[in-house]
Design a protein around this ligand. Structure first.
Ligand SMILES: Nc1ncnc2c1ncn2[C@@H]1O[C@H](COP(=O)(O)OP(=O)(O)OP(=O)(O)O)[C@@H](O)[C@H]1O
Ligand SMILES: [Mg+2]
Length: 345
């Protein structure tokens, strides 16, 4: 304001009338500035406060933008290669699948992963690592949703209301944040009708009632196929072949036999597979003694102790292994380690 007034005043100073104008100008501009200054200052201050408030809001409260949601491809690769033990096949598939999807600006459908394997082999753990490398708040993010079949959908009689609630939940949350993640645990215990009800969201639609699901991630976890995967790993072990030699193709047949052809499995009733809605079936191998040791040492560190191999070995020896005679694979995987370890420290 001050600069504009000064320029206007300079133009008029040559004639005597101009001097009057100058005088007037000085008086008026002084008053004007006086009058306008508080308004300007409050406006400036107001805008500043609003901008600061917005920044503070985005800083404190999770929003669906890059300050809270930023895929870290290197972080995911490192985590899967260093924190996840004995799962070379799963790690490779997950890295490729998630990185490919996240780097694709225009995916044709949401990413759908189906994780299969024996108990305690790292299925939930991997979902957590994926979440941590996409969302700043990891599993506690408002954009990550975990459903457990037996806890969230326990009564078959309520299946119709579960369907509506689940569809509403997915639709509502994807409209708030297209990059939402939905994890369905115990997928093999999910009612087939319920799986059917989420099918449209997994498909190749551009949008459904104005909402596009193409940026979303769906992860299904189950023990389905676990026994057949164990059989493949056991065959390799009995043939004295390296576990690391096991490839995805060796496990795919095992998975298809148990998951796709099993009439009791929820998957069988649905057209998830027929319609190719699942992008990747990810097999988890059963864990051996050496992996239990690795899990035990990592657990000691996370509990704030100095890792002690002797302590972990005495715990690992007391766990159950199968088959009974050969004792190759841990019965509970790494799942019981956090609670068991306390008795040995
Ligand atoms: N392969 C692994 N590498 C490292 N840690 C593991 C692995 N598997 C399991 N763990 C540890 O054990 C805990 C329990 O494993 P997790 O819950 O992921 O098993 P799960 O495969 O989901 O089992 P379930 O089929 O019984 O649900 C994890 O939080 C993690 O600390
Ligand atoms: Mg689990």
């Amino acid at each position: 304001m001050k600069n504009i007034d000064a320029r206007f005043c300079k133009m008029k100073y040559r004639s005597p009338r101009a001097w009057t104008t100058v005088l007037l100008c000085v008086l008026i501009s002084g008053r004007l500035v006086e009058a306008i200054e508080p308004v300007c200052s409050s406006l400036l201050l107001g805008t500043g406060v609003a901008a600061l408030g917005r920044k503070l809001y985005h800083y404190l409260y999770e929003t669906c933008n890059e300050s809270w949601l930023n895929f870290n491809a290197i972080g995911l690769k490192n985590d899967l290669n260093t924190k996840l033990y004995g799962q070379h096949v799963a790690a490779e598939v997950i890295i490729k699948a998630v990185t490919g999807f996240m780097n694709n600006k225009t995916p044709k459908k949401p990413l759908v992963l189906s994780l299969h394997g024996w108990t305690g082999t790292g299925k939930n753990f991997v979902s957590q690592l994926i979440a941590e490398n996409i969302y700043e708040k990891g599993m506690t993010s408002n954009f990550v949703h975990l459903f457990t079949a037996t806890a969230h959908f326990p009564h078959e009689a309520h299946i119709d209301s579960y369907k509506t609630q689940l569809q509403e939940w997915i639709r509502g949350n994807v409209s708030i944040c297209p990059r939402s993640m939905f994890i369905f645990d115990e997928m093999d215990k999910m009612h087939p009708g319920l799986i059917d009800s989420i099918k449209p969201y997994l498909d190749f639609y551009d949008n459904l009632n104005g909402v596009s699901y193409r940026q979303a991630i769906f992860i299904f976890l189950s023990n389905a196929g676990g026994e057949n995967i164990v059989q493949v790993a056991l065959d390799f072990w009995r043939d004295a072949r390296e576990r690391e030699e096991i490839q995805l193709k060796d496990l795919e047949t095992a998975l298809s036999l148990s998951v796709f052809n099993n009439k009791n499995s929820g998957f069988w009733h649905t057209s998830l597979i027929d319609k190719n809605l699942v992008d990747f079936f990810v097999p988890f191998l059963p864990l051996e003694y050496k992996h239990i040791i690795q899990c035990g040492l990592a657990e000691m560190v996370s509990k704030g102790h100095v890792p002690d191999k002797e302590v972990v070995e005495s715990m690992a020896r007391d766990l159950n292994y199968f088959p009974k005679e050969e004792r190759v694979f841990s019965m509970q995987g790494c799942k019981v380690i956090p609670s068991r370890l306390d008795f040995y420290i």
